[in-house]
Design a protein around this ligand. Structure first.
Ligand code: SF4
Length: 383
């Protein structure tokens, strides 16, 4: 965390985050600009081309492994408290992309039910059905189930064992410096997440290897904690510090800085009712001017516009069409009402297709979770 007076970024994995100037994250937190690695990617992606992935740590190690065909892991997770929204979709897209870069990549997808309990009070029995839907979502987005281990934190005892190991060397001061004053349950869930991130490097999963963790930048405190723990326990476990790639925070439709399930009118989920999609988008914050006359004369401000952000980051693959929208907005030929309606059509169409795919993935999602429970019981404790 940090103080956001004077525009200093605030990164809080459990609460309000604020980043006005992404460049400051490079100075304040030592995140590396992704442009340094732009020509090393073996393939491109909308999120890379358009600067949504903006920062990383030790990314070169993973890109080298992808190009050489050596083994690496792609690790991230979801807190099963609700359906996918645009933030969780962005993380899932990154996982699918990094899995697709090499046949030697294996995904580890953690269902963070321990965190859902610690942060939201959701019992494991309540989060299970939500988790099935979340897994079907990532399958619908293209995850290859043949090279994925999907497990629940509460069932993967190696993760819980690692959290116990780490708890012996982590002090209250250290946690307070990273996360601020929080309930102990949240500190505990942070150690469990560190266990998640380092799990792929345990002997049962083939030992130390490069690991890429795609996350929203608000999750960087977990990455810093885990990289510190990887260094501390290198002698014992041979850990390599995990790499990470960060996407920008997804603005809510109402313009607040981070889309969150806690804000129902600002959030856009992937199973939203079409009528609600249209209503939410028609009320979205834009970069439009006060009157039509002004808009025609001065043009709009797409860089301040959530509608434009959603075209660019989530719902428009076609680069030429995006450029046209931008230029029409800047030139005053485009008005916000029609622009919102056009976006709403794209979103409704996307959600409809996504949900068709998702419905066909529900059985597979259940099977993957059952398979995860079975693997979680194999191999015994690491202690
Ligand atoms: Fe945003 Fe579209 Fe209005 Fe431009 S015309 S400010 S992109 S809603």
């Amino acid at each position: 965390m940090s103080d956001n007076r004077s525009g200093v970024p605030v990164l809080d994995p459990w609460g309000e985050s604020s980043v006005v100037d992404y460049g400051r994250l490079f100075e304040e937190f030592g995140i590396e600009p992704i442009e340094r690695f732009a020509d090393k990617f073996p393939a491109t992606h909308r999120l890379l081309r358009r600067g949504v992935w903006f920062g990383c740590r030790d990314l070169g190690r993973v890109l080298d492994a992808a190009r050489s065909g050596s083994i690496y892991a792609v690790m991230s997770g979801i807190k099963p408290t609700g359906v996918y929204h645009l933030g969780t979709k962005t993380t899932a897209e990154a996982m699918v992309f990094f899995q697709g870069l090499s046949k030697a990549a294996r995904v580890f997808y953690s269902i963070a039910d321990v965190e859902a309990y610690c942060d939201n009070g959701l019992k494991f029995s309540e989060s299970h059905e939500i988790a099935v839907g979340n897994v079907a979502d990532i399958l619908a987005l293209g995850l290859d189930p043949e090279r994925a281990y999907v497990y629940k934190q509460s069932e993967e005892m190696r993760v819980m064992n690692l959290a116990s190991v780490f708890s012996r060397s982590v002090t209250n001061n250290m946690m307070r410096a990273i996360y601020g004053d929080r309930a102990f349950g949240l500190y505990f869930s942070a150690l469990v997440q560190a266990g998640d991130i380092l799990l792929p490097q345990l002997g049962f999963f083939g030992g130390p290897k490069p690991v890429i963790v795609p996350v929203g930048v608000d999750q960087d405190p977990h990455i810093r904690l885990t990289r510190d723990l990887a260094r501390r326990y290198r002698d014992e476990f041979g850990f390599i510090e995990p790499s990470s790639i960060y996407h920008k925070l997804v603005h809510s439709l109402t313009g607040s800085e981070k889309m969150s399930k806690r804000d129902p009118m600002g959030v856009l989920t992937l199973n939203e009712d079409p009528k609600l999609v249209r209503r939410k988008i028609s009320n979205a914050l834009t970069g439009g001017r006060a009157t039509v006359e002004e808009q025609r004369r001065l043009g709009g401000e797409p860089d301040k516009c959530v509608v434009y952000e959603y075209y660019r980051d989530h719902f428009l693959e076609d680069d030429e069409r995006l450029l046209r929208i931008r230029s029409e907005c800047l030139g005053g030929q485009r008005l916000c009402g029609e622009c919102k309606a056009e976006l709403a059509d794209l979103v409704v169409d996307y959600i409809e297709k996504h949900n068709e795919k998702k419905a066909s993935m529900m059985d597979l999602a259940r099977n993957l979770l059952e398979e995860g429970s079975r693997i979680a019981k194999q191999g015994g404790s690491i202690l």
